[in-house]
Design a protein around this ligand. Structure first.
Ligand SMILES: [Zn+2]
Ligand SMILES: [Zn+2]
Length: 137
């Protein structure tokens, strides 16, 4: 089973096989800046299960709170935020779920954990049943 995603212009396509290791919302200010949204929704998948199948994303490196590099992959043509790979989590790719096709953006309605709840905007509540982490892990 593979789950497919793409950017807004369709230049970049990617997919992962199997189920995400975890589904996560991230409310950190880097995620807010990068997407223009209040938070990111993420399918955190084993990196070996993830691949870009069309196009070449551009990247932007940001140093996270850990001091390690957070590599952001995006479409250089339409600007869509696609996925991140964190030096602190070398085995996984954090696919931004909004780019997933065919209804997969909903992550099956299940969120395992929310990160950086300290930065969560005041009009949102925690997702019921999701582990709440004030920062990262
Ligand atoms: Zn694009
Ligand atoms: Zn974040």
């Amino acid at each position: 089973m593979s789950t497919k995603g793409s950017c807004m212009c369709g230049d970049i396509k990617y997919e992962y096989t199997g189920e995400p290791a975890v589904t996560a919302l991230c409310h950190c200010t880097d995620c807010q800046k990068w997407t223009g949204a209040a938070y990111t929704s993420n399918a955190v998948v084993p990196r070996e299960n993830f691949k870009v199948t069309s196009g070449s994303p551009k990247t932007w490196d940001v140093k996270g709170a850990s001091g390690k590099s957070n590599k952001h992959f995006f479409c250089g043509q339409c600007g869509s935020s696609l996925y991140t790979e964190l030096e602190a989590m070398p085995d996984v790719t954090c696919v931004k779920a909004g780019g997933l096709d065919g209804g997969a953006a909903s992550l099956g309605g299940k969120i395992g954990v929310e990160f950086y709840t300290k930065d969560r905007v005041g009009y949102l509540q925690g997702v019921e049943g999701a582990k709440q982490e004030p920062q990262f892990g």
